[in-house]
Design a protein around this ligand. Structure first.
Ligand SMILES: Nc1ncnc2c1ncn2[C@@H]1O[C@H](COP(=O)(O)OP(=O)(O)OP(=O)(O)O)[C@@H](O)[C@H]1O
Length: 250
């Protein structure tokens, strides 16, 4: 299920992964629309990280495939970015130079780099810190730098593995709004993995709910609520409850 007027950007077909006798992902199939914000939730140990590792080609599947724009995903051909739970800034580069990094690797013209830098730093409120080094800023700011760097490179696919998992609730709410702003501006296709059901319903256009191992897609829910979303809105609460019921394995 992706919205009718959207092309599929990513197609996952019969994706299966075993480690020895342990079958983790069992014939997983789904599409992600171009520019879609998809969240994936599932019980502990069901294979969420494994799944991201397969998508980013850090490990090969046992069976099945992942296509981007109709071609088998290939890091040499496609630009797949990853934001991890731990911030990952280059310590010898300033904030601005860190954000520029992905664009430099892609060898974009300097003028384009400058334009995207200005826009991105404004969107994530880092303009005043442009010339500071990672050891001069907080870890939540470092995470914002990593996120800004990922979006500025305009990847085909951006994978996010609980990027706000370590942060306190107030800061997380603030950064979730910031993430939606930058996603709306860059129209990047995002797959966001989280343990946090409320976060998934706040961010996603669609939530995939994984089962226990051997893991399949248990359900998917469209979240068609206006933004910014309100955690107390009865419709929001209703969707959150539905996801919680679906994820329940006890
Ligand atoms: N390299 C590996 N070798 C053997 N088993 C592995 C390997 N990587 C993951 N596993 C197993 O695969 C299963 C899924 O692990 P994974 O880390 O992907 O789950 P997860 O859903 O991300 O977990 P969590 O919710 O704790 O973050 C677990 O049972 C894990 O022990």
């Amino acid at each position: 299920m992706i919205s009718a007027n959207r092309e599929a950007k990513v197609t996952v077909t019969n994706l299966t992964k075993s480690f020895g006798d342990l079958l983790v992902l069992n014939d997983v199939n789904f599409n992600v629309g171009d520019g879609e914000f998809l969240c994936i939730v599932g019980p502990t140990g069901c294979g969420k990280t494994t799944f991201l590792n397969l998508l980013s080609k850090l490990m090969p599947p046992s069976k099945g495939n992942i296509c981007i724009n109709g071609e088998i995903a290939d890091p040499k051909k496609h630009n797949i970015s990853f934001v991890f739970q731990e911030p990952s800034c280059l310590p010898w580069r300033t904030v601005k130079e860190n954000i520029a990094y992905g664009m430099e690797v892609k060898k974009l013209p300097q003028q384009e780099i400058e334009e995207r830098l200005e826009k991105t730093m404004k969107l994530v409120g880092l303009t005043d810190c442009a010339n500071l080094y990672p050891n001069q800023i907080s870890s939540s700011m470092e995470q914002r730098v990593a996120i800004a760097r990922a979006f500025a490179a305009k990847p085909d696919l951006l994978l996010m593995d609980e990027p706000y998992g370590q942060l306190d609730v107030k800061l997380r709410y603030y950064l979730e709004d910031e993430l939606i702003r930058i996603w709306q501006e860059f129209k990047t296709t995002v797959i966001f993995v989280t343990h946090n059901i409320e976060e998934a319903v706040y961010l996603a256009e669609r939530v995939l709910i994984l089962s226990n191992k051997p893991t399949t897609i248990k359900a998917e829910l469209k979240v068609d609520l206006p933004r910014p979303r309100n955690f107390l809105d009865p419709e929001f609460v209703e969707i959150r409850k539905k996801v919680t019921e679906l994820i329940r394995w006890w």
